[in-house]
Design a protein around this ligand. Sequence first.
Ligand SMILES: *[C@@H]1O[C@H](CO)[C@@H](O)[C@H](O)[C@H]1NC(C)=O
Ligand SMILES: *[C@@H]1O[C@H](CO)[C@@H](O)[C@H](O)[C@H]1NC(C)=O
Ligand SMILES: *[C@@H]1O[C@H](CO)[C@@H](O)[C@H](O)[C@H]1NC(C)=O
Ligand SMILES: *[C@@H]1O[C@H](CO)[C@@H](O)[C@H](O)[C@H]1NC(C)=O
Ligand SMILES: *[C@@H]1O[C@H](CO)[C@@H](O)[C@H](O)[C@H]1NC(C)=O
Ligand SMILES: [Cu+2]
Length: 206
Amino acid sequence: MRFTSFIAALVLPVLAVSAQSKTITVIVGGNSSLTFNPSSVTAAVGDTIAFQFQSKNHTVTQSTFANPCTQMTTPVEGIDSGFQPVAANATSFPQYSFTMTNASAPLWFYCKQTGHCGKGMVFAVNPTANKTFAAFQAAAEASGATASGSTYGSPAATGATGATPGASGTGAASPSASAKSSGALRVGGSAAGVLTVVGLVAGLAL
Ligand SMILES: *[C@@H]1O[C@H](CO)[C@@H](O)[C@H](O)[C@H]1NC(C)=O
Ligand SMILES: *[C@@H]1O[C@H](CO)[C@@H](O)[C@H](O)[C@H]1NC(C)=O
Ligand SMILES: *[C@@H]1O[C@H](CO)[C@@H](O)[C@H](O)[C@H]1NC(C)=O
Ligand SMILES: *[C@@H]1O[C@H](CO)[C@@H](O)[C@H](O)[C@H]1NC(C)=O
Ligand SMILES: *[C@@H]1O[C@H](CO)[C@@H](O)[C@H](O)[C@H]1NC(C)=O
Ligand SMILES: [Cu+2]
């Protein structure tokens, strides 16, 4: 009795964690729109967020709440998928993913293709009551309206960014590299190492 309880105490938390880890799929440019769908998600540590690029030539690039359309540079360089061009007649789509390493603060993203952020092509992980997706998107659109160099506010220092990019084929596991110093995300100079093409059912309309 006592022994089995002890075993359960050891094993159950492990099962609980692995059962909860999930992959969240986000469609980028679905129906040739300038959107992330869904535009905001709730993710826990260990969850993988997998972006599937379905049209045009988009990116998923990490920014800050204060500067929605500028790539985050502090405390570390933000995640960036790089440009993911998709031919109009494509039947398979590029995918990029990252795994959450810290879910205690929101993460903010945009598409860095010219003009897209200013048209509201933004994405959020774990927005809060005080920092909402709607407020973030409105700020992105406002910066697009002025369309000069963004000089409003300084980049917010946010501590650890809470995500680690990783390769992902089926996205079932989280094959990402381990987080670097201070839980910061790891960003390679080349996107090639973290990209893979996921074949889809032929005939899927764009
Ligand atoms: C594409 O459009 C269809 C029909 O309006 C809709 O059901 C579907 O959710 C859209 N897909 C994406 C990825 O936006
Ligand atoms: C994708 O967009 C980037 C930035 O505008 C551009 O440099 C690149 O040539 C584009 N790629 C394709 C295949 O159109
Ligand atoms: C897609 O379009 C390009 C350019 O028109 C063409 O070269 C290519 O063969 C097409 N691919 C398919 C699978 O139809
Ligand atoms: C959210 O905003 C309210 C009102 O400005 C403030 O009192 C509260 O401390 C904020 N909460 C967080 C977690 O920042
Ligand atoms: C997670 O992020 C929060 C907010 O940025 C930060 O205060 C905290 O130190 C981070 N935790 C770890 C383990 O990196
Ligand atoms: Cu875009």
